[in-house]
Design a protein around this ligand. Structure first.
Ligand code: NAG
Ligand code: NAG
Ligand code: NAG
Ligand code: NAG
Length: 402
């Protein structure tokens, strides 16, 4: 979204929203100032004690969260971190099932708990961030405008257009914590399982002799998030010009070359190509790969019917999960989708106790194909968890650790 946020009206909007929030945080309300509404709600439900730490009688309400899956995850995390800062429970926001940037009426609100598990979120994020339901508050419909300090009010409502898509100021670790609490609901997780099993099945596998007999080892799979569709190419060429670099747009040929040169990669190996739907119409993305690389996309895997049952957001969430679980992930370090996957893969490795992310034989390595690494392979890629903001992730970077 770098390009969009840099336009002048957009900057003004972001600034205005920022002022509204700042005002909400620091000042008692001014009568007649419409940015934040102060309503009197009464809390009626008793909560389990597990979430001691976050106030459960004070709420933050935010507008519907919009745009791509990655934008929605980031905006949701910002809403959570704002609620944390205010020591308030976040009223569960709506996400958007469809991908529209301008046609607001086509955004198809979808409740967050249709995609991610509500109770699991609260359990995993206990003590840090809590989600509440609208049924937890009794709406007395009385809107007060100038009585008492803002913090007395049960609900603080942030209004405006996309208030959580502004420039960033939360540390990467805080985002990682929120993402960790987002677990797909069973129905969607099962669909992701089906896609992953299909990928494992097409590769066949090999029998390995162990002490007590043989066991079946599925072939590993490499997920490649290939951004080569025409609208991305236009966007990335502009970005390359602006940043005076040639390390953002990779052609299909360059991606194939770099993937082929991943150090220590054993073939045969299955490639799952995560590509935009428009590329599925042209089978040429499956052609030209080196011998030993078995390329598949949704259509050739025969899983397009799984995807087509769902709206955009859920399709994207399934693809995200498939990339997250890949033995090796290769993406573009200027794509927010790729960057969030690498962030979660890095977090996953930290969880299992990997301390040297740059060692050779790592469990779940990730790479950026847009930057040349050793022997013209892709560059190894980890998220710097000590970064003080998500800037590198949401705007892209060629500085990717290792
Ligand atoms: C939030 O409020 C609760 C209840 O007043 C308090 O126990 C807790 O320490 C507060 N948390 C923070 C981070 O200030
Ligand atoms: C509370 O009631 C008002 C007026 O009926 C309505 O506009 C608002 O959306 C309600 N808020 C919630 C949280 O239900
Ligand atoms: C498929 O893509 C290739 C390479 O990008 C292009 O040369 C070809 O014209 C495309 N075919 C169709 C049917 O769009
Ligand atoms: C990670 O980020 C921190 C804080 O910005 C910085 O000091 C450090 O040098 C970065 N590490 C790497 C490997 O880039």
């Amino acid at each position: 979204m770098g390009g969009t946020l840099n336009s002048m009206p957009c900057k003004c909007m972001v600034f205005l929203v920022f002022i509204l929030i700042l005002r909400a945080l620091l000042l008692p309300p001014l009568p007649g100032f419409g940015g934040v509404e102060w309503s009197n709600f009464v809390f009626i439900r008793n909560h389990s004690p597990e979430s001691i730490g976050v106030r459960q009688d004070k709420f933050l309400e935010v507008p519907q969260i919009v745009w791509g899956l990655n934008n929605q995850k980031i905006a949701f995390a910002r809403a959570c971190l704002t609620a944390k800062l205010m020591n308030r429970t976040l009223l569960m926001p709506s996400l958007s099932a469809s991908l529209f940037y301008k046609e607001i009426d086509l955004l198809q609100p979808i409740s967050l708990d249709k995609v991610f598990q509500f109770d699991k979120f609260n359990a995993l994020c206990s003590g840090v961030v809590q989600l509440g339901r609208y049924s937890d508050v009794l709406n007395r419909t009385r809107v007060l405008h100038s009585i008492g300090s803002f913090d007395d009010h049960e609900i603080i409502r942030i209004v405006g257009k996309n208030p959580f898509l502004w420039h960033d100021h939360w540390p990467v670790k805080d985002y990682a914590k929120v993402f960790e609490c987002l677990v797909l609901v069973d129905e969607i997780a099962k669909e992701a399982d089906r896609v992953v099993s299909r990928i494992r099945a097409v590769g066949g596998g090999k029998m390995e002799l162990e002490n007590d007999g043989s066991s079946f080892q599925p072939l590993p799979y490499v997920a490649v998030h290939m951004r080569i569709e025409i609208d991305w190419m236009i966007h990335c060429k502009k970005l390359e010009q602006r940043l005076q670099t040639n390390q953002i747009c990779s052609s299909k040929k360059e991606i194939m070359e770099r993937v082929k040169n991943i150090a220590g990669l054993k073939t045969p190996v299955v490639l799952y190509l995560a590509v935009a739907d428009q590329l599925l119409k042209n089978s040429s993305i499956l052609e030209g790969w080196q011998e030993g690389f078995l390329p598949f996309e949704k259509k050739k895997l025969g899983v397009d019917a799984i995807y087509s049952k769902y709206p955009y957001l859920i399709q994207s969430a399934i693809d995200y999960e498939v990339c997250l679980r890949a033995d090796i992930f290769v993406g573009n370090s200027f794509s927010t989708f790729s960057s969030l996957i690498v962030l979660e893969r890095t977090q996953k490795m930290i969880k299992i106790g990997v301390d040297d992310m740059c060692q050779m034989d790592l469990r779940w390595p990730s790479y950026a194909y847009n930057i040349a690494g050793e022997s013209n392979g892709p560059m190894r890629w980890n998220t710097n968890m000590s970064d003080s903001s998500l800037k590198a992730i949401s705007y892209g970077t060629d500085h990717i650790a290792c």
